[in-house]
Ligand binder design. Structure first.
Ligand code: MOS
Length: 727
């Protein structure tokens, strides 16, 4: 089904199941430990051996010698695989570094060997007996030092630079200006489930149980790495314990398990140890961002520029931190740019709202600074600069944009009117108390997505698609979609996900998964409704699907009877036309935070977080809220804690475990208030929904940073806002 016209009246609009706050249908399996994650597939894979990956001890250089004799002689060891005996292991185009090093080493902790043994402990012990000699070469590890050598990156379909009007002239003439540089650090995804895979070969066909967000990409990348047709790879990822972008592409656990299983002649399971993950896999790259905004005394922006610098391995990608500045605020004269430096740190890649998350951390402090310079309320400043058209392409309206509604509603729910604009004026015992806010903005991407929907003799509906549920609620919203479309109770729908045997879906990434994958299920259900009506001899335009029956002209037949012993099924996909080119599509919100800053120690505690969000139809307010509070929690982490610290001599992230890479825990989290604006976006998909998964992270860190300033009057422009920066 092609989605190239705004959605009209459709079966989803009944909102009997869609839009309801159903509990997760996979919840009981997860909370009883019966949802099988990749490493746990004892049930389906017999004769598993254990693989332990050894990582490179240098950041850049060559392996000059590997001695595996002692490891091979250790108890229980079955095989040891390095680049010397792995057979053909190529590089996937979408992945920047090789997933097996040798003889070149491209980054610290890049996999150099895997030891296979009959127990995990024996494999781990033997891995320490491998002797690797290196010849290291000098690398570049410091973004600030490499900033001037940064070049214009290839950003695929996006331009690295944009310019409209005369920024420099307008900025020079602006009556009120901000010109500041902000930095965001490297960050680590820190998903709860580690990278884990079980690989099992039959001839040249591989079955891989793994933890992955994008099944079809995994298959494509495995095909490239092993030089075999993608049909030879069966990828299964039924449950994923968090991805946050780190599992958009396969990582070394998958490739090393596969090479190890080939060498051992039996299935091999691999989980990367927590301390390996930060340097072996990927991270969010650090940024340096210069923002200049000029405005008139009325607060209207006349000039806005956002320049961002980040680094990556050669051939890698920039962090696209200036993207939202192209669309968020009005202003006739504007420019954005991205520059990419070559760094020899581990691969930088997508993490938790790449682009907007770090971009808004900078932009929304700059807006706070502009509001202060103008002596204007920060909410009013943002309202004054709203736009209903793409500011870079004024002929292109937003499909739906209610930033102003979010700002007003959010301010009211939070009690923003109680804020004292002058910093340091509100005190609660030892705490200096402050309030801050920020806009939320995240692009609304859509991706082609397919599904197969079948009904059996008992009237049970089974949906199959290679969509993943990375903790987001995909199982549930997909079941809700099928239940709504086919007029059956939710309990009558079974959902099978995360298997390359099923139709290719959007997968989970960039907050496109919920809207796109349910739209694919919608398309398949539309096809199935047609097939059912034809089989019943009904006119589809005069047919209702309700209470497990199909009804027309006073006749009613149960879906089970229509299905009969053979069953009835249909498959289709949603393909998005060019509505997203005719209309700027994005999601919006407003974040508010109240913090306490200890007047003596500088310790920051967040006391309240509140947000209002406009993101099209909310398919399930409960799972959507869970997404948003999780994202707001990540915003708190980004504001106050999260920083992967670079050892600039040796080129690795020092704090590579959860003891030293800090993320918020329950005790750090305040009450979180989440409000969804009542809206539909008929130009985003037939579901009239949009992405919601990442929006809650976009802007939330800046709201906290602005609240810290309001509390104590110290303007910190370098994240995270640790107490040493406040005292
Ligand atoms: Mo998201 S960082 O695109 O999984």
């Amino acid at each position: 089904m092609k989605f190239d016209k705004p959605a009209t009246q459709n079966p989803i609009d009944r909102l009997q199941v869609i839009g309801q706050p159903h509990d997760r249908i996979d919840g009981p399996r997860k909370t009883t430990g019966t949802a099988p994650y990749a490493y746990e597939r004892h049930d389906v894979v017999k004769n598993q051996a254990y693989g332990v990956v050894l990582g490179a001890a240098i950041a850049k250089g060559r392996i000059t010698r590997i001695d595996t004799q002692a490891a091979l002689a250790a108890p229980g060891v079955i095989s040891v695989v390095t680049y010397q005996n792995a057979g053909k292991v190529g590089k996937a185009k979408a992945i920047t570094a090789h997933l097996l090093a040798g003889p070149e080493v491209e980054h610290f902790d890049q996999a150099v060997a895997i030891v296979v043994a009959d127990s995990f402990e024996k494999a781990r012990s033997a891995s320490k007996l491998i002797q690797v000699d290196y010849q290291s070469s000098p690398g570049q590890f410091d973004l600030a030092a490499q900033k001037d050598s940064a070049a214009k990156p290839d950003m695929g379909k996006d331009q690295p630079d944009t310019a409209v009007g005369d920024f420099e002239g307008a900025f020079a003439n602006a009556s009120v200006k901000v010109d500041q540089t902000y930095t965001t650090p490297d960050q680590s995804h820190s998903a709860m489930e580690p990278f884990a895979s079980i690989a099992s070969w039959e001839g040249d066909k591989l079955t891989l149980w793994t933890s992955n967000q994008m099944i079809a990409w995994a298959r494509r990348d495995l095909a490239e790495v092993f030089g075999l047709p993608k049909e030879n790879f069966h990828v299964i990822s039924s449950f994923v314990g968090g991805g946050f972008g780190s599992k958009l592409w396969i990582r070394s656990d998958a490739v090393m398990a596969a090479v190890a299983a080939r060498a051992a002649g039996r299935p091999v399971k691999v989980a990367l140890a927590r301390p390996q993950i930060v340097n072996n896999t990927t991270h969010r790259p650090a940024t340096i961002q210069r923002i200049r905004i000029g405005a008139g005394q009325d607060g209207k922006i006349t000039a806005i520029a956002h320049e961002s610098w980040s680094g990556d391995l050669k051939g890698g990608q920039p962090e696209t931190a200036a993207m939202q500045t192209r669309q968020l605020y009005a202003g006739a004269n504007r420019m954005t740019s991205h520059r990419l430096a070559t760094l020899d740190l581990p691969e930088g890649n997508a993490m938790r709202a790449p682009g907007e998350a770090p971009g808004l951390m900078a932009l929304e402090i700059a807006m706070d600074e502009l509001a202060e310079a103008l002596k204007m309320d920060p909410v009013a400043l943002r309202i004054a600069n709203d736009t209903q058209v793409d500011p870079e392409k004024p002929e292109r309206p937003f499909s739906h944009r209610d930033l102003v509604g979010c700002l007003r509603t959010g301010a009211q729910r939070f009690g923003w009117e109680r804020r004292i604009a002058e910093p340091g004026r509100q005190r609660d015992g030892r705490w200096l108390v402050g309030m801050g806010m920020a806009s939320a903005f995240r692009g609304n991407l859509t991706m082609k997505s397919g599904a197969h929907v079948a009904i059996d003799r008992r009237g049970t509906v089974t949906v199959s698609t290679d969509m993943t549920d990375i903790g987001t609620g995909s199982y549930t919203v997909i079941a809700q979609t099928a239940a709504e479309m086919l007029g059956v109770p939710l309990e009558q729908v079974q959902v099978r996900l995360g298997d390359s045997a099923y139709p290719v879906s959007s997968g989970s990434g960039g907050q496109w998964g919920g809207n796109s994958s349910t739209a694919g299920v919608y398309a398949a259900c539309m096809a199935l409704r047609g097939a059912i009506a034809r089989k019943a001899g009904f006119d589809i335009d005069d047919t209702l699907f309700e209470a497990g029956k199909v009804l027309s002209q006073g006749r009613a037949i149960s879906l089970g009877d229509i299905a009969g012993n053979a069953g009835i099924a249909a498959e289709d996909s949603i393909e998005f036309g060019d509505l997203d080119k005719q209309y700027a599509q994005a999601t919006f919100g407003a974040h508010f935070a109240e913090v306490g800053v200890d007047a003596a120690t500088g310790e920051v505690r967040v006391r309240r977080m509140s947000g209002a969000f406009a993101s099209g139809r909310i398919l399930n307010p409960k799972t959507a809220r869970s997404q948003v509070i999780g994202a707001m929690t990540m915003g708190l982490g980004a504001a106050l804690m999260e920083e992967a610290i670079v050892d600039k001599r040796h080129g690795y992230f020092v704090n590579h475990d959860l003891a030293e890479y800090h993320v918020p825990v329950h005790a750090d989290m305040p009450v979180q208030d989440v409000f969804f604006m009542d809206e539909v976006d008929d130009k985003s998909s037939p579901m009239k929904a949009k992405g919601i998964g990442e929006l809650g992270l976009c802007g939330s860190a800046a709201a906290i940073a602005n609240a810290v300033y309001n509390a104590c009057g110290v303007r910190v422009r370098h994240y995270p806002l640790t107490l040493d920066k406040l005292i």
